[in-house]
Write a protein that binds this ligand. Sequence first.
Ligand SMILES: Nc1ncnc2c1ncn2[C@@H]1O[C@H](COP(=O)(O)OP(=O)(O)OP(=O)(O)O)[C@@H](O)[C@H]1O
Ligand SMILES: [Mg+2]
Length: 238
Amino acid sequence: MPPLLEVDAVTSGYGKVEILHDLTIGVPEGAVVALLGPNGAGKTTTLNVISGTLPVWQGEVRYDGERLDGQSVYDIARRGIILVPEGRGIFPGLNVRENLEIGVRAGGGGESRSARLESVLETFPRLRERLSQAAGTLSGGEQQMLALSRAFLGNPRVLLLDEISMGLAPRIVEQLFESVDELRRRGLTIVLVEQYLTYALRFADICYVLSKGRIEFCGEPDELRDSEALASSYLGAG
Ligand SMILES: Nc1ncnc2c1ncn2[C@@H]1O[C@H](COP(=O)(O)OP(=O)(O)OP(=O)(O)O)[C@@H](O)[C@H]1O
Ligand SMILES: [Mg+2]
């Protein structure tokens, strides 16, 4: 069976500058796939291509066997592929409840809206205490919880997470990854860009290492863990 999500020989970039060169990535249904690699490797660009924010120049992106490239960001999100962007993408001037309501609205029908809201507030009780607080005044970790919650309320089938651990204390990162693991147990498919190798190795089923817009490695976390040369040349310490 083909993977749920396939990036197939994709070339793309910004303006005239080619950033991704003939990139191929397979994301099986229910898997957590980690995209790793140094700054500027093209990890965020890859998520932009999948979510439709950046056009595909050559190659194809397929989802459930159908072409995704060429579809609008809106249509791609409506099909259940939801991006949590680097830097969180919440509305700082709106309060927590308003931010969550945007997610619930994006998610359309299915399980009742209030039930979905209740379920994320159970996962992140700190948000419940802060429903009327402006999102921009939340701590970094709380903002990340809000971004994850909002994405989850959009009824995703695939979550694209771009460095959710960015700038957060290890204890908070731990908590976020526990919630990501919980989402996986509920059947979500997750593509994770992560700077902390330890978390990626612990939570991912498949790792891709990118460098300069190309795949340098694809395999299971154990294989990557064993490849010290690879880890030190592309990923740095940690
Ligand atoms: N909007 C843009 N316009 C032009 N070039 C861009 C744009 N966004 C990214 N780039 C370039 O594309 C390359 C890949 O960037 P990308 O953001 O995908 O890297 P990344 O792997 O996510 O890095 P990081 O770990 O620092 O987030 C970089 O050289 C970057 O400068
Ligand atoms: Mg990035």
